[in-house]
Ligand binder design. Structure first.
Ligand code: ADP
Ligand code: MG
Length: 455
């Protein structure tokens, strides 16, 4: 029994050293206990069938290989469901703690944070703070809508600091937890003792991370208490990081003293991710979920990215659901299956209609800019004319549309008078080649892109 636990711990350690993917860690942390060790089999308890399925399918071999390497034997792991174990046989030892001892989610690291226009400044600022925690950026105040990565960035700071200096006392709390702590400290019989404990917890922080500060709105008593903690730590030059769903000026029913403190350091916001960032996040996520990310067609990413535009948590949830669906039913990663897997989350028709209208607008913009530049009309571009100037302009428009929006070729063809896939593909190749060999073409292209992007 004990030995089974030891082996599993060592296996995990080895495994983690080679693998840091967030979903893997999530998944393995669901293995709560070693059930028994019998006939060279170590039985691990998992909470549900899907977890069992994924562990068996993706990780069993690797885990076996590690334990066999460690023990020079042919020991294997076997997963069993919690519900299949009788009450009186439940093992006593919990080993969950071995995976993550920090008060931070293991996968919320800088390495796992994808950057784009919408979050670059916040990312850079967070990195700076992590590198030199006693900088002028105190406090660092990160704000933005829900699901955009505030908690992730904040915890990344914590991880980074602990990686470099494991002795640092990084205290993570949410404003809600802080409130509850304070409430417990003041409302129980032991009174004094508890409040001492409360102070000790927060005042001993070298780095204090406070999530979702907006929760303190209207809670005057807790604000007072937080103010004291803030003053104390700030006076000692301890780094404070705060997140919020709005800028400090927009906080309501919040002490002015406190609001002004939030402006002492640096305030950065995270905006909604653009398409490129959404696609990059999806790609990264897929890499965590399956071995060969390329088996998922670009169009699938496109559809998901087009639908989940304002919340990265939802975006991640959608791709995870799609992948899990296809894997567990052993069906191919097709476009059709997105609609089935995400049924109700994205009604098929709505997506198509939106996309069509969206494409129309985008293509129109490019066509207008190109025709104006070459002094032609939009209908010239869509016509079947083969005049050299018109052909060139048309090819350029097609190329730009592909470059900027990357739609499927069929859609481009339809918008240029029903041209077929091969013609569109030819146009794209043609301009691609000219761009490297002909500087005038390159100039046309650069000016056009600039014109379009300024629109
Ligand atoms: P918030 O605290 O702003 O509500 P979270 O930090 O909880 O948002 O992020 C929601 C989810 O999206 C998390 O799983 C997080 O890892 C993920 N996420 C957010 N931004 C990024 C990013 N730039 N790169 C990778 N994952 C991200
Ligand atoms: Mg959060």
């Amino acid at each position: 029994m004990i030995e089974g636990n030891k082996l599993w711990e060592q296996t995990l350690e080895k495994f983690m050293a080679e693998q840091t993917a967030s979903d893997t860690i999530d998944l393995l942390s669901e293995v709560s206990k070693v059930y028994k060790f019998e006939n060279n089999l170590i039985y691990l308890i998992v909470p549900n069938a899907l977890t069992k399925f994924r562990l068996e399918k993706f990780y069993n071999n690797k885990l076996n290989e590690i334990v066999q390497r460690l023990t020079n034997s042919n020991i294997k792991y076997k997963f069993i469901l919690q519900e299949d174990i009788k009450e009186d046989e439940q093992p006593p030892l919990l080993i969950k703690d071995t995976i993550n001892k920090r008060p931070l989610r293991a996968e919320y690291t800088f390495d796992n944070f994808e950057t784009g226009e919408s979050n670059r400044f916040a990312f850079i600022s967070a990195m700076k703070v992590a590198e030199t925690p006693e900088s002028l950026y105190n406090p660092l105040y990160i704000f933005g809508d829900v699901g955009l990565g505030k908690t992730h960035l904040m915890m990344a700071i914590g991880h980074y600091i602990l990686d470099n200096n494991p002795k640092t006392n990084v205290v993570y709390t949410s404003a809600q937890e802080f409130t509850e702590d304070y409430f417990l400290a003041t409302s129980t019989k032991k009174g004094r003792e508890n409040i001492e404990e409360f102070y000790e917890k927060y005042r001993s922080a070298d780095v204090l991370l406070v999530d979702d500060i907006q929760f303190l709105e209207g809670k005057q008593g807790t604000q007072e208490e937080f103010f004291k903690v803030f003053e104390y730590l700030h006076g000692l030059n301890k780094q404070i990081v705060i997140t919020s769903d709005r800028s400090s000026n927009e906080l309501k029913n919040m002490m002015l003293r406190l609001k002004s403190r939030f402006n002492w350091g640096l305030s950065v916001d995270i905006k909604h991710p653009d398409k490129k960032l959404r696609i990059n996040i999806l790609k990264r996520k897929i890499g965590f979920l399956i071995e060969d990310p390329k088996v998922v067609p670009e169009e699938v990413l496109d559809i998901i990215a087009d639908h989940f535009t304002t919340n990265i948590r939802d975006l991640e949830g959608a791709i995870r659901r799609y992948i899990t669906y296809c894997v567990s039913l052993n069906i191919p990663f097709t476009v059709e299956n997105v609609y089935v897997a995400l049924d109700r989350l994205i009604p098929e028709k709505e997506v198509e209609v939106n996309k069509e209208q969206d494409n129309k607008k985008k293509f129109e913009k490019v066509k207008k800019a190109v025709s104006k530049y070459f002094q032609l009309s939009v209908s010239d571009l869509e016509s079947s004319s083969r005049k050299q100037q018109i052909t060139y302009a048309r090819q350029m428009a097609i190329y730009i549309i592909k470059k900027l929006y990357n739609p499927v070729l069929k859609t481009i063809g339809e918008s240029f008078g029903g041209r077929d896939h091969a013609t569109i593909s030819h146009s794209i190749d043609k301009i691609d080649k000219l761009l490297t060999s002909n500087s005038m073409v390159k100039t046309d292209y650069d000016i056009l892109i600039k014109n379009i992007e300024e629109k």
